[in-house]
Ligand binder design. Structure first.
Ligand SMILES: NC(=O)c1ccc[n+]([C@@H]2O[C@H](COP(=O)([O-])OP(=O)(O)OC[C@H]3O[C@@H](n4cnc5c(N)ncnc54)[C@H](OP(=O)(O)O)[C@@H]3O)[C@@H](O)[C@H]2O)c1
Length: 194
């Protein structure tokens, strides 16, 4: 993994990464991966490390190996129509000071249509806040302290639209309306991921 990190540094044309993530629990011993992260941090090639697609049992194991205060984040699938992480992963991250980073916040191309029931709720709140439905969705996904989201766009104007979510303060009524329109659903047997 140290060689992989060095290849990434070279491709990116930089000498250090702010955060380096393990993409998902894999077949390599987690102890070795975390030891690799510690080495990379000690030599200044990364400033922090985190994990991705880790369920609670995986997080427990990582915490037991690394100790508190080491895991910067857990990057997991999180959008209005996929809220499974709220059952256990999000509470675990909050309790252990690990940032929760939601990926694919627009559902990877399946954002609620404006004519759907949920889309109409988003449009109403967007009008009320002078924002767009997507910005409202991002505000909902980051309303809980310690949660972040990484919408992907290749267009600057859309990046600006998405960033405007940080300025939206959803009221408890707004949050309840979105919760009703996009229910959390039951806890799945395993963590959904892409
Ligand atoms: N850790 C993991 O296992 C994992 C798995 C999947 C994805 N990810 C990461 O999560 C991030 C996002 O994932 P994603 O691409 O699957 O899904 P996403 O962010 O839910 O959706 C991206 C799509 O939304 C469009 N979009 C973005 N802003 C928009 C706006 N304001 N208005 C209209 N369309 C907009 C983008 O198109 P344009 O680019 O044309 O604007 C793109 O097609 C990526 O950085 C990815 O690397 C991580």
């Amino acid at each position: 993994m140290i060689a992989a990190c060095e290849r990434s540094l070279k491709r990116l044309g930089t000498d250090r990464l702010d955060a380096y993530l393990l993409h998902w629990p894999g077949r390599h011993p987690l102890e070795e991966t975390i030891a690799g992260f510690s080495t990379l941090k000690a030599v200044g090639k990364i400033l922090a490390w985190g994990v991705s697609n880790f369920d609670v049992a995986d997080l427990d194991r990582a915490l037991a190996i690394a100790g508190p205060g080491q895991i910067a984040c857990n990057q997991v699938l999180y959008h209005l129509q996929e809220r499974a992480i709220e059952h256990a992963v999000l509470p675990w991250c909050q309790a252990n000071g690990v940032a929760l980073v939601g990926y694919s916040p627009f559902g990877s191309g399946d954002f609620p249509d404006a004519t759907s029931a949920g889309g109409r709720v988003l449009a109403r709140l967007a009008r009320a806040h002078g924002a767009t439905p997507r910005a409202v969705a991002l505000a909902f996904l980051t309303a809980t302290p310690g949660t972040f989201t990484i919408p992907k766009t290749a267009r600057p104007e859309r990046a600006r639209e998405n960033a405007a979510a940080a300025g939206i303060s959803l009221t408890p009524e707004d949050l309840a309306a979105l919760d009703a329109a996009f229910p959390r659903g039951p806890k799945p047997r395993s963590l959904p991921m892409l």
